[in-house]
Design a protein around this ligand. Structure first.
Ligand code: SF4
Length: 134
């Protein structure tokens, strides 16, 4: 008698949580022989998110920038598009060294086209100048 044993080739490479909506579905990136398959998504947006995570993971970054002469010392900022994950540390180093003059307007671009990615850093609130008492 000849016994055929099928080799197990499906391997869960990575488990991620879809952040494309508040449902937070658990996605699995599975290596199946020489290709990757994404499972666990409940809609097209989830599949797109899984494919993006597999090929080129990106994140929206939120942080603060130092403001000189402002009503407050820091203004909250964010990237206007998701940034490749590999560039987050470089971006944070640049932002840590930044200092801008008040006033700042919500939506104002404070850093343009970071490393030719097309990603800008924008202010997420107005920050008027400090009013000096007489
Ligand atoms: S897979 Fe679809 S339903 Fe699930 S979290 Fe992602 S976007 Fe929402």
């Amino acid at each position: 008698m000849r016994l055929w044993v099928r080799k197990m080739t499906r391997v869960v490479e990575k488990e991620i949580t879809c952040i494309a909506c508040p449902m937070g579905c658990k996605l699995e990136i599975i290596r199946d022989e020489d290709k990757y398959v994404i499972e666990g998504y409940k809609c097209k947006k989830g599949l797109e998110y899984g494919e993006q995570e597999l090929k080129d993971p990106r994140r929206i970054i939120t942080t603060t920038v130092t403001v000189k002469g402002g009503f407050l010392p820091l203004v909250p900022v964010k990237t206007d598009k998701p940034l490749p994950k590999g560039l987050i540390f470089d971006l944070m180093k640049v932002i840590d060294g930044m200092s801008i003059e008040a006033p700042v307007e919500m939506g104002q671009i404070l850093l343009e086209n970071f490393q030719e990615t097309g990603v800008n850093i924008v202010a997420t609130r107005d920050l008027p100048e400090k009013i000096l008492k007489k």
